[in-house]
Ligand binder design. Structure first.
Ligand code: AHM
Ligand code: MG
Length: 334
């Protein structure tokens, strides 16, 4: 049997360049956070932390106790490296600035969704953590410093708390997946250089929103549903976990297309998924794995954010399907 590669050994061998020391240290903190979050989720039912709280987050969504707990775990864990000078989270209205004593080398921003898909947590379905790392333009970051296009990300990743706990990330040299050995408490490389197949016959979308979608998405899904008898001349399969992390992971492993498109119900808020800590990191990962990611009209990684909790329509996955959906958008009025 070949020797297993520990995530930290993998970093030593593969992270090079100006960010090497900082990134290694920050990722060590992220690893710690994700291990602690995995334990918190695992024991949620026993600890009585699966319930809804009476509070709402900044987006007006009901918070679960675990949303708050995992947010605290992430914030606390990310203060060890000394390189993170600012943080932003789905669960916090404002950014956090870290003082010089906590962050003596601080030059980086860490953005995250500590518990994505949290509506699934009390029904024992996979959830995840998503994170993105940016360089901070200033020593004491302000909100504007976080509003960088996704193409500026230095690193992005997610943890998936599924049938096994995995950490999947990119530092701009492909996408690599590590699986947690629960007995040893270590992540080991199990999915080197993940590649999204360019073609697929599987799509992921919340079909209950069909009547609210715009014409290009209705057309694409109609054609998929017509299967062999329609223009596509092949049958499609559908999956919807309602956990973006689980959905994107499946697509990285076996192909597919994931959509949370614009619809008339969510038009006012700009979409469903958040740009800075959901769409951007997942788009970076998707592109690094050979897939594509678009709003339908433009590449997500090129969007210039205007607000911390900005939302966007998201279409990402297997290259040829995403190209087709973008073409359909091009043919209709915006
Ligand atoms: P969350 O960050 O509040 O959990 O919301 C994001 C999640 C995604 O993981 C998932 O794709 C989507 O919301 C599911 O939405 P819906 O319940 O409308 O199908
Ligand atoms: Mg989320």
């Amino acid at each position: 049997m070949t020797e297993k590669i520990k995530i930290t050994d993998y970093f030593s061998a593969h992270i090079n360049g100006e960010h090497r020391t900082a990134l290694t240290a920050i990722l060590n903190d992220v690893i710690t956070a994700c291990k602690k979050i995995a334990i918190a989720i695992d024991s949620g039912a026993l600890e009585g932390t699966m319930h809804n709280l009476s509070s709402e987050n900044v987006q007006g969504e009901v918070q679960k106790a675990l949303d708050v707990i995992t947010n605290e775990i992430f914030i606390e864990s990310a203060q060890t490296s000394g390189y993170v000078v600012g943080m932003a989270s789905e669960e916090m209205e404002e950014i956090i600035q870290l003082d010089e004593d906590i962050s003596p080398n601080g030059q980086y921003l860490l953005l995250f969704d500590p518990l994505d898909g949290s509506s699934n947590v009390n029904v024992n379905i996979s959830v995840g953590t998503i994170f993105s790392i940016l360089k901070s333009p200033g020593a004491m970051p302000v909100l504007a410093d976080f509003l960088q296009p996704g193409s500026q990300q230095i690193c992005a990743g997610y943890a998936l708390y599924g049938t096994s706990t995995m950490l999947v990330l990119t530092i701009g040299n492909g996408v690599h997946g590590f699986t947690l050995d629960n007995e040893l408490g270590e992540f080991y490389l199990t999915h080197a250089n993940m590649q999204v197949p360019a073609d697929t016959q599987e799509f992921a979308i919340n079909m209950s929103n069909y009547r609210f979608w715009q014409a290009p998405i209705q057309r694409y899904i109609d054609e998929c549903l017509q299967g062999e008898e329609g223009d596509r001349e092949k049958d499609f399969n559908m999956r919807w976990v309602a956990s973006m992390v689980a959905e994107i992971h499946r697509i990285l492993v076996r192909g597919g297309v994931f959509m949370y498109p614009m619809d008339s119900k969510i038009k006012k808020q700009g979409g469903k998924l958040r740009l800075l800590y959901e769409a951007n990191p997942m788009s970076f990962i998707m592109e690094q794995a050979g897939g594509l990611s678009t709003t339908g009209h433009m590449r997500i990684l090129e969007l210039v954010p205007s607000a911390l909790h900005q939302r966007v329509p998201v279409i990402m996955g297997s290259k040829h399907e995403v190209e087709r959906i973008a073409t359909y958008h091009g043919k209709t009025k915006r």
